[in-house]
Design a protein around this ligand. Sequence first.
Ligand SMILES: *[C@@H]1O[C@H](CO)[C@@H](O)[C@H](O)[C@H]1NC(C)=O
Ligand SMILES: *[C@@H]1O[C@H](CO)[C@@H](O)[C@H](O)[C@H]1NC(C)=O
Ligand SMILES: *[C@@H]1O[C@H](CO)[C@@H](O)[C@H](O)[C@H]1NC(C)=O
Ligand SMILES: *[C@@H]1O[C@H](CO)[C@@H](O)[C@H](O)[C@H]1NC(C)=O
Length: 433
Amino acid sequence: MSVSAGMVPGRKSQVKVGSFGRFVLVSVIVTSLILLSVSLIRTNSASNYASESNESINGPIHSANFHNRRVKLPEQNVLSKSLEERNGLPPRNLDLYPSLPKDHVVIVLYVHNRPQYLKVVIDSLSRVEGINETLLIVSHDGYFKEMNKIVEGVKFCRVKQIFAPYSPHIFNDSFPGVSPEDCRDKDNASEKKCKGNPDQYGNHRSPKIVSLKHHWWWMMNTVWDGLDETKDLLGHILFIEEDHFIFPNAYRNLQLLIKLKPEKCSSCFAVNLAPWDVKSRGEGISQLVAERMGNVGYSFDRMVWKKIHNKAKGFCYFDEYNWDITMWSQVYPSFGSPVYTLRGPRSSAVHFGKCGLHQGQGDKDACLDDSSINIEVQNDDRVVNISPKWDVFFYDHQAGYKAGFKGWGGWGDERDHQLCLDFASMYHQSLPT
Ligand SMILES: *[C@@H]1O[C@H](CO)[C@@H](O)[C@H](O)[C@H]1NC(C)=O
Ligand SMILES: *[C@@H]1O[C@H](CO)[C@@H](O)[C@H](O)[C@H]1NC(C)=O
Ligand SMILES: *[C@@H]1O[C@H](CO)[C@@H](O)[C@H](O)[C@H]1NC(C)=O
Ligand SMILES: *[C@@H]1O[C@H](CO)[C@@H](O)[C@H](O)[C@H]1NC(C)=O
């Protein structure tokens, strides 16, 4: 099979090996230096905002005001500005849940546009024991009415919505969306006089495909370092996606795993609700399990976020459009030690989606998943099913993406590299070198 990552929405597709221009890197560095010096001149106005009152007559403060003004993000349109302002609104349901326990674990659910899936996830969350003790943050890649409506209906906990204001989905004629002068597919930029840098396989960017990695990175930076609700948290945050079914015991298991981690697996970076192998529901043994960090129901604390953020350049320049494969192949290996996660022997979350994230409704290639989502919840999934007495089973030498993998491409355009770096410096004075 040899299809191009730039055209096919499926992931892990086989792609042809080509060459990748080093000039991309050089020109990005040069561009950043120029931008930095240009914007240093405009910094003065930024600091005035930080001391403003938290709630003015006109509404809550806007998170936008906290952006590091030295970062030159793309020009915004009306929709993207209004979404960014919404991100500063306080959570809903504060009246129903006026106080949260000290040890609550914030849950971040990141979504695109698969309402039929989101309903299932929200319904599963509503049955989670302890869910009313926490804040649920839903991060949207783009703005979709139906998705918004589903979340506005949530009454079972505090809930806050954030919308990626630079999602390619809300720019119809300019970057980060497609602009008329952009190269497409395998265009030769100098022959066609179009804009863009091809990936290592010769393909130009596809906004729908790069949107996932951008959204994930924007969300991570915003949740850890931007939002008033979370930017001072030191402890764990749980991350789930719009096609992850969450079992009733997930939250209590999570709290227990977080508590046990320092003692049971001091080398573990994270806690997971599901095995790395998304097809597995767990071993069912009477042991905790330490293995490679997976992408379903993962949770880590600020110390780990700082390590990830330190590798922003590795994340942003790596020619791979999947955030998780970027982490496995580029970011985690650069930590210098294996990145283990601790989990129970039986899943508390399961990935059920058949449609890829790129195939939301309303896209031309909409994915229709008619099969009713029928996940059986057994008695064991309703109560804490982890024991503090258990020892830990370590998986050594697991298969999967690792250092040396070159990436599936789809991430060669220097504008994407720059946007990604800009997200990393939105809330910081400077990026680590
Ligand atoms: C900011 O919020 C706190 C409570 O969260 C409130 O006591 C205080 O009066 C607010 N400050 C302003 C200037 O509105
Ligand atoms: C949370 O839900 C439990 C039942 O699962 C209930 O006993 C408790 O009162 C609720 N707490 C709040 C603050 O709503
Ligand atoms: C982009 O969206 C705006 C506002 O919705 C609309 O006025 C404009 O015609 C659109 N441009 C293109 C190229 O579709
Ligand atoms: C693009 O076209 C130019 C001029 O025809 C040629 O020199 C160059 O090798 C082409 N580049 C690629 C990557 O095919």
